[in-house]
Design a protein around this ligand. Structure first.
Ligand code: SAH
Length: 223
């Protein structure tokens, strides 16, 4: 599948990494990622433009990396896993991401859904992500600088909500913002964290406990 990014912007950033991305995708496959659309999207998005230039050579390793201001870009596996879970929602109109960070996952989600809303509580990261997404030609992402602990009523209902920072308990406030058939995908816990999913079905909310994870904490307020 062809991704919706500005080709001119992509041409200027060293597409020699195409082979490296192909290896990344093979690794994701081996780790159990099955959604071919997600794999295709991740094989085309240049992850190295989202990290500090000094770390660009590590951009395709399966690790989280610092993006400044004490935050990290999630490891490719977890971006793929959460995106795959989101993409398995019934519809693909609107997705909400809590924690824009560097905007990498926002860019992945922007290829899978018609519109992506993404909120970030750190002004410096919000600004950098906004500039980067504009340069890449991601036109269907709406970024907001705010505390996303309670979701974002503005774009609701969402077909998927992906939280990329861990709350100590399930963020109940976001459940009413899910569309029928929608899914909330979130890490929960402090030291020991777990990835969970809550689906809004005709029979009510259904929770699935998925796997052990490690995210930065979901914090209140803006900075
Ligand atoms: N989605 C990013 C992951 C960024 S790390 C990626 O593609 O790699 C998680 C981000 O969540 C951090 O940037 C952090 O500042 C942000 N965050 C933490 N608590 C938040 C809150 N209450 N509202 C919005 N963003 C929050």
């Amino acid at each position: 599948m062809a991704i919706r990014l500005n080709q001119n912007a992509l041409d200027g950033i060293g597409m020699t990494s195409a082979r490296t991305r192909a290896r990344l995708v093979e690794r994701l496959r081996a780790q159990g990622i099955k959604d071919e659309t997600v794999l295709s999207v991740m094989s085309q998005i240049p992850r190295h433009v989202f990290v500090d230039q000094a770390l660009a050579h590590k951009a395709y390793d399966d690790t989280s990396l610092p993006i400044g201001l004490g935050q990290t870009i999630s490891q490719p596996y977890i971006v793929a896993r959460m995106s795959e879970l989101a993409h398995a929602a019934v519809r693909h109109e609107r997705v909400l991401e809590i924690g824009t960070g560097c905007g990498y996952q926002t860019t992945v989600l922007a290829q899978l859904f018609k519109t992506v809303y993404s909120v970030e509580r750190i002004g410096g990261l919000y600004k950098m992500a906004r500039e980067r997404l504009t340069a890449l030609g991601v036109h269907n992402a709406r970024l907001r600088y705010m505390d996303g602990s309670h979701g974002l009523p503005e774009g609701a209902p969402y077909d998927a909500i992906v939280i990329t920072a861990a709350a100590p308990i399930t963020p109940q406030d976001m459940l009413p913002q899910l569309a029928l058939g929608g899914r909330l995908i979130f890490p929960v816990g402090q030291e020991d964290q777990e990835l969970r999913m809550i689906e809004a079905t005709l029979d009510g909310l259904v929770e699935t406990r998925l796997e052990k994870v490690k995210f930065v904490p979901l914090l209140p307020g803006v900075s």
